[in-house]
Design a protein around this ligand. Structure first.
Ligand SMILES: [Zn+2]
Length: 380
């Protein structure tokens, strides 16, 4: 998500008297009440190529964020079980500092595009996403997020739109699309579609089951799912509990019934909000929720042996810097430098068959190329 407070902050920075005060950020501290357990997960690829790919995106997550979350959890994170690490460059077609729409389009379709564009290149030409290509090859596909499903990162896999904020059009494109499993927020948008359309009814007409809670979702044992479990974004981690990992594991259960394999994107969507809001507590709770989900996914993938898991971010948000703390007590202390995105390469962690190709320094568009090649579909 992107907020438009940067201009206001900048305006304050240029006021002569207010400048020093408003531009110097305050220290923030965080300590977890209880660290969570992290298991060693040994991955053994049982086949040369992955049958399934699970792409996990921490929206706005940086190396500094991860290291802070690692310190706060007293020196443990599930993501450390990933066998390989690389770095992806994140510039968009028209900006040094990308937004989620352009970054998502880059790794979903292999094309750099302008900020704000969803699933289209810089000339607004629609581009096929890895999810759609996987479907064309007979695979199942899923999207599991904690934000409104119409937000940029999930939307880039399904929608084609020059403006990420045209949510009613993006909603219609989901209905016209063919994703087997969707879970996130956005019930109000689908219920109150453009021109009086009730898109929830249209989805039901297309054979989708529409559970409204994680509990209802967990009762489903087969078929297509469109779970809009919040009116808009899901609530904060303390209120939503383990919704992300529960939905992700249900998605894996259902999608893995397809003999051809599956593609799925799981997003820790609101790590970005912690950065935009300069809220360390929120940032840490969101990263830890995402990391616990990574742990569950890696455990499943290790057992499966034919699943490639790639964990990355679209960009950094908040310019977070860890400036002190202590691993034994899990206390962390640091500062934010912006309420917007910042420019930095993002880490790429990988696990499972073909994980080794996600090493080195590459463009975010190469994530698409590498995933496609890992499946054996060839590159475009
Ligand atoms: Zn953002």
């Amino acid at each position: 998500m992107m907020k438009k407070r940067t201009l206001i902050s900048l305006a304050f920075c240029f006021l002569p008297l207010a400048s020093n005060f408003s531009c110097v950020q305050k220290f923030q501290t965080f300590q977890m009440p209880r660290p969570y357990a992290v298991e060693k997960i040994a991955g053994q690829a049982k086949q040369e190529r992955p049958k399934n790919i699970i792409l996990m995106v921490g929206d706005g997550m940086s190396l500094a964020t991860m290291y802070t979350a690692w310190t706060a959890n007293q020196g443990h994170l599930n993501i450390e079980n990933c066998q390989y690490v690389g770095l992806a460059k994140t510039t968009s077609a028209n900006r040094l500092i990308t937004d989620s729409a352009a970054a998502g389009t880059a790794f979903a379709t292999g094309r750099k595009t302008d900020n704000g564009h969803v699933g289209v290149d810089a000339d607004e030409k629609p581009q096929a996403s890895i999810l759609e290509i996987a479907k064309q090859h007979g695979l199942a596909a899923g999207l599991v997020v904690t934000c409104n499903i119409l937000d940029a990162t999930p939307a880039v896999f399904v929608a084609k739109k020059g403006d990420r904020h045209q949510w009613s059009d993006i909603a219609s494109q989901y209905v016209a699309g063919d994703v087997d499993f969707v879970c996130g927020g956005g019930w109000s948008n689908f219920k109150n579609g453009k021109d009086g359309r009730d898109l929830t009814k249209e989805l039901a007409g297309k054979g989708y089951q529409l559970p409204r809670t994680v509990e209802e979702l967990e009762k489903i044992s087969k078929g297509k799912v469109f779970a809009l479990i919040a009116d808009d974004n899901l609530p904060k981690p303390k209120e939503r509990g383990e919704a992300l990992s529960r939905a992700a594991m249900k998605a894996i259960e259902l999608l893995s019934k397809n003999d051809q394999g599956f593609f799925m994107m799981i997003e820790g969507s609101m790590i970005d909000d912690g950065g935009h809001d300069n809220d360390l507590d929120r940032l840490m709770n969101e990263v830890h929720d995402f990391d616990r989900t990574i742990g569950k996914v890696l455990q499943w993938a290790a057992k499966d042996g034919g699943t490639l898991v790639v964990v990355t971010a679209d960009h950094e948000t908040g310019g977070w810097t860890l400036l002190g703390g202590d691993i034994t007590s899990g206390k962390v202390k640091g500062k934010f430098s912006t309420d917007d995105h910042s420019g930095v390469m993002v880490p790429v962690y990988s696990f499972g068959p073909k994980a080794e190709v996600f090493t080195g320094i590459f463009e975010n568009t190469d994530l698409f190329n590498k995933m496609l090649a890992a499946y054996g579909f060839g590159t475009k």
